[in-house]
Design a protein around this ligand. Sequence first.
Ligand code: URA
Length: 192
Amino acid sequence: MVAAVKWQKLEERCLRCNDCGLASSRTQVVFGSGSLVSRIMLVGEAPGFNEDRKGKPFCGRAGAVLDELLSTINLDRRQVYITNVVKCRPPGNRDPMPEELVACSPYLQEQIELLQPEVIACLGRFSLRTILRFFGLSPEVSLSQVHGQVFTPEGDLFQTVQIVALFHPAVATYRPEAMDGLKKDFAVLAKI
Ligand code: URA
């Protein structure tokens, strides 16, 4: 099967998903968007209000911050692939629950297998812990201690993947002074 067809089939399956309770409260599934041949994958936490309405990741205020951060390293969202750990909005934007993370993980895993990114930028702690676990690394990390760091899983399978720990862009929507730190951490993406 060619890659485009595999992507389409995965998205269709995801759009019909009923594997956790979020299916009953969502307006729509937010599968992901961007370049299907990018070497860079950005993984956020879960759709918010705007994403749930529009079906696109990071299209609200956090998305505007993300666009600004990408522009500081001369990237725009069409050049990267953006998705979330959880594809449906948790009611009231609460944190995703463990069973929701488990139910949704296979979609993210298949997206990674299809894209084969060289760099995975984890936006926020849920994303970082999920991705570290996928690649056999300990998820027991504190984002405030490891933000801006690059993790390189060992083993033949993962030779080319670099995992970057980043604060979630939403931080800057309620703490604008966090923007400088976010920009510094995003500069790591440009470097690698
Ligand atoms: N926050 C996220 O983690 N993902 C989105 O798509 C929007 C806001």
